[in-house]
Every structure is written in structure tokens, then in C-alpha cells.
Design a protein around this ligand. Sequence first.
Ligand code: MOS
Length: 737
Amino acid sequence: MTDDTSVLGQPIDRVDGVLKVTGRARYAAEFSPDNVAFAVIVQSTVPRGRITRIETADAQRLPGVLAILTHRNAPQLPQKGRSAVNPPAGRTLSLLQDDVVHYNGQPIGVVVADTFERAVDAAEHVRVSYALQPAALRFDQAKRAPRPPKQEGNSPSKKSWGDIDAGMQQGVVRVDATYSTPMEHHNPMEPHATVAQWSGDRLTLYDATQYVSGVRETVAKTLGIPSDNIRVIDPFVGGGFGCKGSTWSHVVLAAMAARHVGRPVRLVLARPQMFGPVGGRPETEQHVVLAAGRDGRLTAVRHGVIAHTSEMEDFVEPSAAPTRALYACANGETRHLLATLNVGVATFQRAPGESTGTFAIESAMDELAYTLRMDPVQLRLVNYADSEPQSGKPWSSKKLRDCYSDAAARFGWNRRTPEPRSMRDGRILVGLGMATATYPAHRRPASALAKLMPDGTVVVQSGTHDLGTGTYTVMTQVAAQTLGVPVERVRFELGDTALPSAPVSGGSTTVSSVGPAVHAACVALRERLIGRATQDGQSAMSGARATDVDIDGGFLRVRSDANRREPLAALAQRAGPIEARAEAKPGEEEERYASRSFGAVFVEARVDPDLGIVRIPRIVATYSVGRVLNRKTALSQLQGGIIWGVGMALFEESLLDPRYGRYANNNLAEYHVPVCADIGDIDVAYVEEDDTIFNVLGARGIGEIGITGVPAAIANAVYHATGTRVRRLPITLDKLL
Ligand code: MOS
């Protein structure tokens, strides 16, 4: 749908950039209704048991305290704390419906006061006694008795193809290794925050979320009120990373508290409160067995995953999912089991499954390459999958071969000497490693509205989200391109359940789902505008055939007569607002094709042999992600994803205290994410691609693929540098000494 003059793909600046740098972009916690009160949650301090006493009288007497809700006085909800809505929208919540404690940090009360400081102070004066029960807090113990999930997640927990035993016997070389990844927490800069305001029986929520309509549905079902009575607003999100894809307890608690005190209530989680009650990435242990012939062809692949889940709810981290899709191997077996712990419910985090899973499978492929004495890129080319291995379906589009060759050339892979510890720069060990990146492409039904305003501008709306990803900008480009108006004349609105509904902004599906809806609404509006103009006696288009009329640069014009043109504004002034609404959803292509994005990541690691310190001066990656709609925001997405990958490889790890079930490093001073000094050159490129089988825009979505493959590429580079294979993330210096 593009040509040389297309605005699609252009690296235009963020249309919301000025609002952001001038502080005028409003985030959830910054909405401040008149008379707003402040809520703070009280959390359990034990990992498992029952509340035997909860004393609130002293706290209640402190100045400014408006209310203290606990399980003793909270309103009984229809679902009694059960999960009212399944993920991704809803999770099993802690809503003060009983005295049971499932994890340390569980919300067990809400204090509301006239200032934030008074609410914090009063919360510290609530005294709680517990009857303790034994808690499961050690993954290394819980994993000894793993169990299948009680319900399936987004992908089946178990999947096999071919004949695994025969395939294992065919192989003449074998890699059999166990990889593990720690618990992590999302830590977006913007904490979770909810401002709840009732007006009679109508509720407005300003909520930091990746899913406004999911919040509406969950709060409605949980409180037992019609969803039409709820409006959820969130024009800007300060990072999501998956934790804001679900509606957690604090959102409903804010609504309950606001109703209880008869005032609007603001509830903002403190950084330590984001370790537990709002999800995190499960710990995984992944057993991978690869069997191959001397030529490197895989004859069997087995990937077994044990991940932790909460006592409250099963969440499956689908780490074996990439193994079902990466390499042409006739025989495979993949399986996910769970180990139950007394921790908060785990959730989707930054390429769930794919980022943890590619660490294992792509490390194992590197180990196989050394076993075979084969170049790691060559091994991947030998096993290149021209169709999806688990299903045999053709890809809607896949240009991974080009990714390997392009990234290898730009990186200078041919400089690499294969032996571990064979490259040095002075006393520093240098290692070059690579891995494949991959993330599935999905889309969900979405709707949008496009409206020509009397001033000739176009307003386009969809209840989607901009997590800092560039949705405002890219949707503006899609609308401008489709309608034939300049981007400056388009205003895109999102983040409001009053707008046409859109799916969760998770799973890298916003562009792939909402983009086609915006396109369809603009196609419909364009037809309507042309139809209206040709029948308008005052229009220069009057009497022209609709097929002979075009819209370009904000002007209607008759193709066959250059003198007949008219600004859209003129039509709008005569006709008033003209609008069109459309829904877009996946079609039968979803059944016939497999759609996935891929990439090749090359990493240079430098390791101090005496201190074990790892530095990553250089990462080069090339991606096959379909059409890139804005080369600038796409670059930010992919570089950001790669930086997540560096964090996952070298730093990030939530340390659960096995005695008390509390996270010992529940703050940004001790939960390390990469800072500028940790990041060197990140050189990203895309192959030319247009996946028009997948959707009309040809774009598969790029929110999460950047993180995938990076931890393995780093581990592989560290092995090449040092000869030490680190199979447990993060790769901290103690593992190299
Ligand atoms: Mo993403 S972890 O699906 O928000």
C-alpha cells in the first residue's frame, strides 16, 4: 500500500514528543480531581497463614485519616475475591474478602487520608497478628515435584511432533543441558497508579494500564456493576512491559475506597510494592536435549520447562514456545510444568516465554556448534525452517536468512577465531557470539473511528494505548497515508474506553491489530468524503465519477482535470463533520499460515579475566519484522528491547528471601537494570519486507522481539571469550571466577 512518497516508514518525530518533554503529557497519577484523597495499601508481612487480629483503632485516630478498609469491614463483593475475569484482563485478586494470606506483600488493607503522607503514616500504624502456616518459598525444592498446569495459557503446555525417541537415536552428537533464569520484575519508570472517581453509580478510573477495556471489564465484573457505568482513561503510559496488561488488586481497591469515603481517591504503588502484587517473570529451569547428525542437521529436540507459579493462580511461562518454531527438526517434544510457591501471581513480562526460552535453546545451539566444530551461523542455516516445524504451515513471510548475512557482515563475524579464549585485547578476553531472535505475530479484533472536522483536520480514535512505544505517531502516519492528508492535519486519540474498543497492548499486537482498524476506518472515510463531494453542487468535484477523484495533500482533486481541486476543509465547512467507523480482525490467513518475526543478534563481550566483569561494547542485529512503519520509533523499540536483553543477561534478578518470602532487592538501587554506562553501540537494521498476508499494513509488530536472543548471544560471547559456559542468568562476575 506504499510508494516512494509514502509517509509510512518515514522516521518522523513522535507527535507527542513536545507534550512529553514539556511535562504536559498526563500520566494516570497526575489526574487530580477536586477533593481527591490518598490511599495506601497495607501489605501482609508473612508469606502464608491467616490474619488473627488486625488493629486499626490507633491508625484511625491519626489526623486526616478518612477510612481504613480491611477484611473485617470491606464490602462483600459478588466474586468473593475469586478471579472475576481471566487473563490477560483479570487475575486472582486480593480484595479484603477473607483473612487468608497467600504471600508476603499481599494487600490486606487500604488506608485513606487527606494527604499522601498521612495515609503512609497511618498504614504503618495498622497492627496485624497472624497464625503462620508453612510456606513454599524455595524454587529448588518446589521444582522437585512439578505438576502440569490446571488450565492452559496462551499456547498449549505440551506439544510433540514426529517421533522423539527415533529422532534421538538417529543423532550421532548430542547436547543435554539445563538452563535457568531467575524471577524478575518489570519495573517500568511509571509505577502502577489508579485515580478512582465516582459520580453516583458511575465510575471513572484514570489508570496506568496497557488495556483500558480490560480494566473496565474486570472492575465491572468484580464489583458487580454494568461495564457501561465505567470509563477508564489513560492517555500516556510510562512503560508497561506486561505488568500493566492485567488489572491487579490495587485498581479495584481504589474504586472500593473511593466509594467508601465518598471522595475521589488516588492510589499509587511505591516501588517496593511493585515486587509482588502486580506480577513478575517466573523463575524457570529448562532442560534442553538436542540430537544431530555430523552434518549438523537436528534429528530431535526436547525442551522441558519448569517455572514457578503462585498458590493463587497458575501462570505458564511458555519458554518452550520458540523451540516449536525455530528450526527444521522432524521430531520434537516440548512441555511446561509448574512449581507452586507462596508469592504473588506471575505474569507476562517482556516477551514472555520467548526471551527465557531463546536463552535456553540458543545457548544449546551454540553448545552443539562447538561439539560439531561448526560455525554457529552455519549450524542455524543448516537447520533453517522454511515452514513452521510444529505445524508444517508456510510462513506468511520470513527473511531470517537475510538477517544472518546482513548482521554477520556488519558485525565482522568473519574476524572471529572459533576457539574459546582465542581472542584478546591486551589482558581483556574478547568473545564474539550470536543467537537467533524470534517473537510470534498475532493480531486481535480492533476498531477505530475517523472523522473529518469542520476545520479540515482529521481526528482518528481507537481505545488503544501508547506505552512509550510510538502508537500516537505510527497511527497518525497510517491515517495520513490512507486518507491522503498531511500528518500535521491528523490527530490520533487513544487510551479511553469511550473510544472504539481495542485489544490489550501486549504481545506486540498494537500495530498489527489497531493499524488495520485505523486503515479500514480511513478507507471508509475516504470513500464517504469522495461520495459526498461528487454529489455536492458547490464542490469542484460535483458530478465527477468517484473513481476519478483522489485525495492528496489534504485536497480533493479530479485526476483527469488538474484545475478541479478543493481543500477538504471547504467540504467540511459545508457538510459538517463526516465520520466512518470500522472494525478489523484476522481472517482465514491465521489458520493457513504461521506468522512470526525473526532476527539475528551478534554480540561482542569483553571479560576481565581477573575480576570476571563483563562489558558489552557492541551489539549488531538485523530483524525480519514485516514492514517498518516508522524507522525512528521502530529503532527505539528494538534498541530498547536489546537493552532489556542486556539487563536480563547481566543484571536483573529478584532475590526472594527464602525465610520470609520478601524480595530482598525490591528497589531500583538493588534491582539492577542497565544504565547508559552499561550500553555500548547498538546497531539495528531491518530487512525490506512487506507481510501483506499477515495484514494490510504488512507489519508484524516489534514491541518485544528485541529482547529475545540477546541473553543467549551474550552468554555465547562470554563462553567464546572465557571458555566458561554460564547456564544460569544473570551472568554475574561470581559465575566467571
Ligand atoms: Mo507484553 S509482556 O505481552 O506486555
